[in-house]
Design a protein around this ligand. Structure first.
Ligand SMILES: Cc1cn([C@H]2C[C@H](O)[C@@H](COP(=O)(O)OP(=O)(O)OP(=O)(O)O)O2)c(=O)[nH]c1=O
Length: 199
């Protein structure tokens, strides 16, 4: 299998990639995320994923596939990671009782051919009604930090979720089915690799 590099500091993305049996190296991108106001929301997310992949790919001299990703919560506007308790509180309050979108962009760059492929996936998450007390208790758990929209569906944040439509893994930060499809276009077939290894 071609060498795979995950251009991400997210422990969630690392865990998800491990889950599908891929061996990979992690080289995070510490690029500052900037957003062009002229782009649509999905263009912005795809662009952020692509920029993370480019940032790491440009430093690589060997042949590899570099994967960049970006996840945001969208409710009228983009909700990224909170920078204060008040911001986390506002985000969680705005999500209560409503359905929001979680959009993840993924980008793959082949450092040998410079071919790049970028796509995104949308998951709809409906939150139940909850109040300030539950929000404050959740913030006290510390889980909101470093999470788009200030919650983690894979953790205590699950207690806020009423319904989900779409790929769960997309919410956690890496849509695995979409990633598999994109990797196939670069000649990497994850499931087929198990058969080859066995025979
Ligand atoms: C909505 C939601 C987001 N998240 C996380 C996934 C992402 O790690 C994070 C969104 O931030 P990102 O900017 O997409 O990623 P990151 O900064 O963690 O990592 P990197 O840029 O290096 O790849 O929010 C969850 O873990 N659970 C959730 O339920």
């Amino acid at each position: 299998m071609k060498k795979i590099i995950l251009a991400s500091q997210s422990p969630r993305r690392r865990e998800l990639l491990k889950q599908i049996g891929v061996s990979f190296e992690v080289i995070p991108s510490y690029m500052k995320e900037t957003i062009d106001p002229k782009e649509t929301i999905t263009e912005k997310i795809e662009m952020l994923a692509l920029e993370k992949a480019i940032d790491v790919a440009k430093e690589i001299t060997e042949e590899a596939l570099v994967i960049g990703a970006d996840t945001v919560v969208v409710l009228d506007k983009i909700l990224g990671k909170p920078s204060s308790q008040q911001e986390a509180r506002n985000m969680l309050q705005s999500l209560a009782g409503k359905t929001h979108q979680v959009i993840s962009g993924i980008s793959i760059i082949d450092t040998k051919t410079q071919r790049q492929c970028t796509a995104h996936q949308v998951t709809y998450v409906k939150m139940r009604e909850y109040g300030v007390e539950e929000i404050n208790n959740y913030i006290a758990s510390g889980e909101c930090w470093d999470k788009a929209g200030s919650y983690a569906i894979q953790g205590l944040g699950a207690l806020f979720v009423e319904e989900i439509k779409g790929d769960y893994f997309n919410v956690v930060g890496l849509p695995l089915g979409l990633l598999n499809n994109l990797l196939k276009t670069f000649g990497v077939n994850i499931l087929a690799s198990f058969i080859q290894e066995e025979s």
